[in-house]
Write a protein that binds this ligand. Structure first.
Ligand code: DGJ
Length: 717
């Protein structure tokens, strides 16, 4: 039961402790415990009042006992702060082992050191404030565990109450401390275009591990997500961090020599430091920390529950089965070919038809058009609205691709507003995919992007928008700017503002976030968008690996996936149409193949899969996910258990050898299920199983050359 005044925060009477030397170590303030469903997070201000520190982070009740994180022993050649589990450290507190905040005064002095001021607990939020008497910098350390989750949200509000400007040379959002007495095992996701979300692990005994992006977008190279475990317990307690920031970022993990790994998370200040004028303030991005006792798969469930909360009411709209024309027609879009595709798509049971790229003037390839968002009258001779009406007459929602922050050098927009793009005075601009990037932090450019999208959504009958972003920022400059600007921060803030305005004014529109595949996924985008396009690689076995990583950090309602005819780039072994459908059903099902070339038999099979998907998609969207094995393991499946516990959906794929292909002695493969009550009975067709059997032995499946994927729907008897 939570305290009505403070929500889910509990302040306990401070225990009085004594060191061996008899020194009184009673805390100055706290401890405070924030409670989630199966997690608690406890912090305290130690007697010296110089920082806030972690007491414990783990399952309910974990704070009752000596802190696994605190340290008051010797620190030869280092300082006490270098070893303490400090929540948010300045460089005075952690001079050697990594600070979260580095502040410079006008004379270039560093070393902010602050003192505890006050704490407030209100509406489920904890705010603990520190102030630096020399500069007047105040820092409120803010915490919240959204109800129904195991995720602690943390952010810092900085205010310069002094009379001189300050400059933030480093402005992390938080430090997270994880006890790793046997060394840290880190899990992270790396990638590149067409190979995003590759889950990888490493043991880090000593030294630093650092991932991030300086591209003005989260990027393909790494996901702003990290999991930490003790090396001795890879399937046990697991802690994770993820950032809500759609620009450049950094995560650094570093174990100390005393068995604690500290993870710093926050923005990477690619434009130089942040100016904080006298009287000014800044709120740094939210960073979230999740905990599970059930390994990486349990941690994934904690992230899923949290992201479902971020989606709010929009989670409860059925995700439409869509058709996207990109792989079929690329830039060669016209009304006839799109309608031909749409008619077939409608027959298959598709609900939304998305024209991807190529629909606007000057867009015949990737060298032109961006910025001139007018439908091409040559491609739609009867008019764009007449075309949309024909799509709608097929009972399809109409969707449109846009890339509003990009601009082609050959566009009219660029001719009229060359100053709207990122550039460094007279230096050449680096094109990527033959395009430049609008400086969205400029109010005029932001207004252009907003009014373009608002206009398209207002003028035409559009129910789905795919918002793409195909190039990172290269030039950190705004021509003519008199002072150094936080271009990254301004771009991200306006991006989020435009999303919010569109959501407010066009609430029925579903928005898919894309950035040359999956280069723009972070917790902020998980809140603003409805679905992510994770990769341009739709080849089945490559996609399986991409989706496996994606689902560790993201909930299924965010996973857009198409059935196509593509072979993989990395693993080209052929797979059946069934494999491709079951794979795309793991999230939000779409079709991206050129279905004009599908045989009647393929179309009939597709219609059948789409029908089956519609029956299970609520379980996929809302169900509890259990990741079983993985693409490079003997078995590979995902289990979704419906919230009412009455239905279990299992999607399974065959990735390995065929074990005799039924001609030689072999027993069926078993897929052990998770989270089922042992004495329940489950029905699958004519077969029944106990929960105990499904857990201990597993669901039988016999793979053959013709049977490489399966969808199971089990009902509780
Ligand atoms: C990149 C996206 O990832 C693709 O899905 C497609 O929308 C193209 N851009 C269109 O140019």
């Amino acid at each position: 039961m939570s305290d009505p005044a403070t929500g889910n925060i509990y302040e306990r009477a401070a225990a009085r402790n004594a060191t061996d030397a008899g020194e009184d170590t009673a805390p100055l303030a706290g401890p405070w415990t924030l409670r989630g469903v199966a997690t608690e997070y406890t912090v305290v201000v130690p007697a010296h009042g110089r920082w806030l520190e972690l007491v414990s982070w783990g399952p309910p009740g974990v704070a009752h006992g000596p802190s696994p994180a605190s340290y008051t022993g010797p620190t030869p050649f280092l300082t006490a702060g270098d070893f303490a589990p400090v929540e948010y450290a300045t460089d005075a507190v952690r001079p050697f082992t990594g600070a979260d905040l580095v502040v410079e005064t006008a004379t270039g002095d560093r070393r902010i050191s602050w003192r505890y001021q006050q704490a407030e607990t209100d509406g489920g939020q904890l705010r603990v404030t520190f102030a630096d008497p020399v500069t007047g910098l105040r820092a409120a350390h803010c915490y919240r565990i959204p109800a129904g989750t195991d995720v602690v949200e943390r952010w810092v509000e900085l205010t310069n109450t002094g009379d001189a400007p300050l400059r933030l040379a480093r402005a992390g959002s938080a430090g997270f401390c994880v006890p790793t007495p046997h060394g840290a095992r880190l899990s992270y996701q790396w990638g590149q275009w067409a190979q995003e979300f590759q889950l990888a692990h490493l043991d880090l005994g000593h030294g630093q591990f650092s991932i991030g992006s300086s591209q003005g977008v989260p990027g393909h190279s790494f996901v702003p997500w990290l999991a930490v475990q003790d090396r001795a317990e890879p399937d046990g307690p697991t802690w994770g961090v993820a950032l809500a920031w759609t620009g450049s970022w950094q995560i650094v993990a570093e174990p100390d020599t005393g068995g604690l790994t500290r993870v710093r998370v926050g923005r990477r200040l690619v434009d130089g430091g942040l100016e904080l004028p006298a009287g000014g303030g800044i709120t740094l991005p939210v960073v979230a920390g999740a905990h599970s006792d059930a390994g990486l798969a349990g941690l994934a469930r904690a992230w899923h529950r949290y992201q479902r909360q971020l989606a709010g009411d929009r989670l409860h709209r059925a995700r439409p089965v869509l058709y996207n024309s990109w792989e079929a027609t690329e830039f060669a879009v016209d009304a006839d070919n799109q309608l031909a595709l749409a008619r077939i798509a409608a027959e298959l049971g598709v609900e939304t038809f998305v024209v991807d790229d190529g629909w606007f003037i000057g867009r015949h390839d990737d060298r032109g058009g961006l910025g001139d968002w007018t439908p091409d009258p040559v491609k739609f001779p009867a008019g764009f609205d007449a075309f949309i009406a024909q799509i709608r007459a097929l009972d399809l929602t109409f969707g449109l691709w846009v890339e509003p922050e990009s601009i082609s050098p050959a566009s009219r927009l660029y001719a009229e507003h060359p100053d709207w793009v990122y550039a460094i005075d007279d230096r050449p601009i680096t094109p990527i995919r033959n395009q430049y990037l609008l400086d969205l932090g400029r109010p005029e450019a932001a207004e252009f992007v907003h009014s373009t999208l608002d206009g398209l959504l207002g003028r035409h009958d559009i129910g789905y928008l795919k918002w793409d972003f195909n190039r990172p920022r290269t030039e950190p400059g705004r021509p003519g700017a008199a002072t150094r600007l936080d271009l990254d921060g301004a771009h991200v803030a306006n991006l989020h503002r435009i999303y919010a305005a569109l959501r407010r004014d066009h609430p029925h529109v579903t928005i898919e976030a894309c950035a040359a595949g999956g280069a723009r996924t972070d917790l902020a985008m998980a809140a603003h968008a409805d679905v992510f396009w994770p990769s341009d690689n739709t080849g089945p076995l490559d996609r399986l690996a991409i989706q496996h990583g994606f689902l560790h950090a993201n909930a299924p309602h965010l996973l857009s996936s198409w059935v196509t005819d593509a072979v993989g780039l990395f693993d080209q072994r052929p797979r059946s149409l069934a494999f491709r459908f079951v794979l795309a059903m793991a999230g939000v099902l779409g079709i991206g193949a050129d279905i004009r070339h599908w045989t009647p038999r393929q179309r009939a099979e597709a219609a059948s899969w789409i029908g089956r998907y519609k029956q299970i998609r609520e379980v996929i969207t809302h169900g509890e996910v259990h990741l079983i094995g993985g693409p490079d393991q003997p078995r590979c499946a995902v289990q979704y258990t419906a919230p009412d516990g009455d239905t279990v959906v299992v999607l399974a794929w065959h990735t390995g050898r065929l074990d005799g292909n039924g001609l030689l002695p072999s027993r069926p493969v078993r897929l052990p299920l998770r989270g089922l009550a042992t004495d329940d009975t489950w029905r699958h067709g004519d077969d029944t199983y106990s929960g105990s059997h499904l857990t201990a032995v597993g669901l039988p499946v016999r793979w053959t050359a013709d049977h490489d994927a399966e969808l199971f729907v089990l009902h509780r008897a």
